[in-house]
Write a protein that binds this ligand. Sequence first.
Ligand code: SF4
Length: 290
Amino acid sequence: MKLRYSEAFYSVQGEGLHVGIPSVFLRTFGCNFRCQNFGLNRDREKSRYNPEVEELIKAGVHETTKRFEDLPIIHTGCDTYASIYPEFRHLVHDRTIDEVVDHLLSLTPNGCWTQDDGQDIHLILTGGEPLLAWQRLYIELFEHPKMKDLKNVTFETNTTQMLHTDFKQYLRNNQRLQVTFSCSPKLSVSGESWEDAILPSVASDYASVVGSRMYFKFVVADRIDIEEAVHAVEEYASAGIKPPIYLMPMGGRSEEYDLNIQEVANICLEKGWRFSPRLHISLFGNAWGT
Ligand code: SF4
């Protein structure tokens, strides 16, 4: 089995618990969600595509664009649309684990995860949804002889996928890796349903990996999102899951949304929750590979 991924790049972690840490991002291909309504009316009826993606496909952009990184950036819906829609599959990599490892190491300073002064580069598995079927390849990836100095791994997940039995056992037994679950459950602003998106049993599954870290990150644009985040936090808490909570303003220009970034920060302060910036966008703009 080969790993299918749309891009790998070296950048600064811009969100959540590890903001500012130099990290290699591996963006796997495929997602069980579409999140097509971000930035649109939350009551918009779902269709096969987000309207911007539909325009791109109608214009044949998926056929005429030769490289993933040359695809246009869109401003509504899932911001990594080309990692989720099958129409873009031919633009992504299908690589063996040996090849993936060489690609990842080519991105790190000095071709290694831990530098001579002890500083380590994090590996971020993102997507798409990185905990789909790719889980079966991660043991091989993490145990590869060239990956022995890797210390920190984060899964950026929508928190809908249970861990496979073998992989969970591996993570529980592993003494080397600090594993972090960066959980971003989707609220109704995404267009996904509550029943599909808020799954405390899945968060409990991740929490059962002793020694791992977990935090929740909710993307918010208005008061309804805040109410839903409160409700979701209650549901998770009633299942015994009480990790740090982050609110992150929706991408795009904050003046387009009901809550600007200062208001989101003030709500965090009121509730004792944490504020997540999108540091990579402030630093590098909204682009692939950042
Ligand atoms: S869960 Fe994440 S990757 Fe999947 S569609 Fe939603 S925003 Fe995109």
